[in-house]
Design a binder for this molecule. Structure first.
Ligand code: ZN
Length: 186
């Protein structure tokens, strides 16, 4: 059994509070207008449970993985509060919002094979959560075709990731297969 220190738990809890604060006014565009912060919490929990990831740097990075991309937060702040290793993972999974959506999606496919092991884990867990959201609680204005294309793209990204984690891989294959069935019903 892995053992966490007092320090580890404090850091994780602080990251949880920090990400909740940063994303506090953001909502998804699904029917329930789900608070956005549910997403990074789900990614961290999935890494812990399905992936059995016990590396605190990866778990903290999972909580913070969308903070730089989706809020007005500079990388320095993440580095100062959580350290350079957490920041490195966060930046590896941060898209450049100055680029078009199409280009960002192409780059995720191209970058996937080059992700560090920690960033690879966060990327796979992120895609599991996103596929689940797109299949079962999609943005209201997304057509079935757009949702199906999203699943195809997510599969392409995950197939490119070199980090292998059996629990996450199984979870991804399952959510993808179930998600496709769900879309056929729609
Ligand atoms: Zn995410």
């Amino acid at each position: 059994m892995d053992c966490f220190t007092f320090e580890d738990f404090s850091r994780f809890l602080f990251a949880l509070k920090y990400t909740a604060g940063k994303h506090r006014s953001q909502r998804r565009k699904d029917a329930a207008r789900t608070p956005f912060v549910n997403h990074p919490v789900e990614v961290a929990e999935l890494l812990w449970r399905a992936g059995e990831v016990r590396d605190m740097t990866v778990l903290v990075a999972a909580l913070l993985h969308d903070v730089v991309e989706d809020t007005e937060t500079g990388p320095e702040e993440i580095r100062d509060l959580f350290g350079k290793d957490v920041l490195a993972i966060v930046l590896e999974v941060t898209d450049d919002k100055n680029l078009s959506r199409t280009r960002r999606k192409e780059l995720q496919v191209l970058h996937a094979p080059h992700l560090s092991p920690g960033a690879g884990l966060v990327k796979i867990a992120d895609k599991i959560c996103n596929v689940r959201d797109i299949a079962w609680s999609p943005p209201l204005d997304w057509s079935r075709q757009r949702r199906a294309e999203y699943l195809t793209w997510a599969e392409e990204v995950v197939n490119g990731v070199r980090t292998y984690n059996r629990g996450l891989d199984t979870a991804f294959r399952n959510v993808l297969a179930e998600g496709r069935k769900e879309l056929e019903k729609a």
